[in-house]
Design a binder for this molecule. Structure first.
Ligand SMILES: Cc1cc2nc3c(=O)[nH]c(=O)nc-3n(C[C@H](O)[C@H](O)[C@H](O)COP(=O)(O)O)c2cc1C
Length: 306
């Protein structure tokens, strides 16, 4: 029997036992899903976005199923920094798995302040900066729509925390390379992509938007090929590692992301349909490596043949 392939990756200084995490907002803060999937088996746990103070998100209805995925406008509901540290972090610490905290704000100073407050808290491995949420009026996507603003935000956060910072980029930009380079130059340690694609669903009987917020973000299988292209393009532009997400439903899409140049992947919407998706993805990557006689998952990253 040959040895099992090495699934571990080190990304922005974070050692992950396998390259699979969960996409922010689709796994709560870990403990909500712990009865469905053992979080200790994940490579990292990425939690739902938090800002400085508690935030109630958008009015209902705030998600709707569509062919190929879902459109959501949750609006970044969350417990705030203090609530997260008090109510959720203690459980996350017990898992022994690296925790990536997704953060946002309505001003650049708020991002920097959230980063500073989380910087010396035990049990956090990295900060993912959500500069690409289409569902909040202020903040979120407005910082990710221009490479200069994205770089300004990352540059402001950089000196306020010792943790690795991972900007999460928006998919709906003309050239992702400009964003990837702009944030890498000012100290981003890794990139996450993609966030949801701005979208809208109309009830044709009432002729009203289905979501109370009118517009939302499309996620799920429909966005996967879009994400693969963007991950490939970003990986060509920068040397920092990429966590890829968008429409993973099984090992095949995760492997595609790795081949395109990602170092790790995150499972999002699929968890709502099958909470076991992450574990299937981890197993499937391992089986693929065995089948292709690869010793480690690192051999797969960026192995696209062109
Ligand atoms: C219900 C829901 C909530 C989300 N909340 C967040 C969030 O708080 N912060 C963030 O950066 N992304 C958030 N996202 C985006 C996901 O992390 C991910 O980037 C996107 O859904 C694409 O992956 P998927 O197609 O596998 O779901 C959310 C997505 C969904 C569906």
């Amino acid at each position: 029997m040959s040895e099992r392939p090495d699934l571990s990756v080190t990304l922005a200084g974070i050692r992950m036992k396998n390259p699979v995490t969960v996409a922010s907002g689709t796994f709560g803060y870990g403990k909500e899903y712990a009865h469905l999937v053992d979080p200790r088996l994940l490579g990292a746990i990425t939690v739902k976005g938090i800002r400085l103070l508690p935030w109630s998100g958008n009015p209902l209805p705030r998600h709707v199923e569509v062919p190929g995925g879902m459109v959501n406008a949750i609006g970044l509901q969350g417990p705030g920094v203090a609530g997260f540290i008090q109510d959720y972090l203690p459980f996350l610490r017990t898992t022994g798995v690296p925790v990536i905290v997704n953060i946002w704000g309505t001003t650049i100073e708020e991002y920097a302040e959230v980063a500073a407050r989380l910087s010396d808290v035990e049990g956090i491995s990295a900060l993912e900066l959500n500069i690409s949420c289409p569902n909040v009026k202020e903040g979120g996507a407005s910082f990710g729509a221009d490479p200069r603003t994205a770089a300004e935000l990352v540059a402001a956060v950089r000196p306020r925390t010792r943790l690795p910072i991972i900007p999460k980029l928006a998919p709906n930009v003309p050239r992702i390379q400009l964003f990837a380079k702009a944030v890498a130059e000012v100290g981003a340690d890794a990139l996450s992509l993609i966030n949801t694609l701005p979208a809208m669903v109309i009830d044709i009987e009432t002729r009203r938007p289905v979501l109370a917020n009118k517009v939302g973000g499309l996620s799920g299988p429909a966005i996967h090929p879009v994400a693969v292209k963007l991950v490939w393009e970003a990986s060509q532009a920068v040397r920092i590692p990429i966590i890829a997400m968008g429409g993973i439903t099984g090992p095949e899409q995760a492997i595609e992301f790795l081949i395109a140049g990602a170092k790790a992947v995150a499972v999002g919407t699929a968890t709502f349909i099958d909470p076991g998706t992450t574990l299937r993805v981890i197993q499937g990557i391992e089986q693929y490596l065995v089948r292709h006689h690869m010793k480690s998952v690192g051999d797969l990253s960026g192995s696209l043949v062109v």
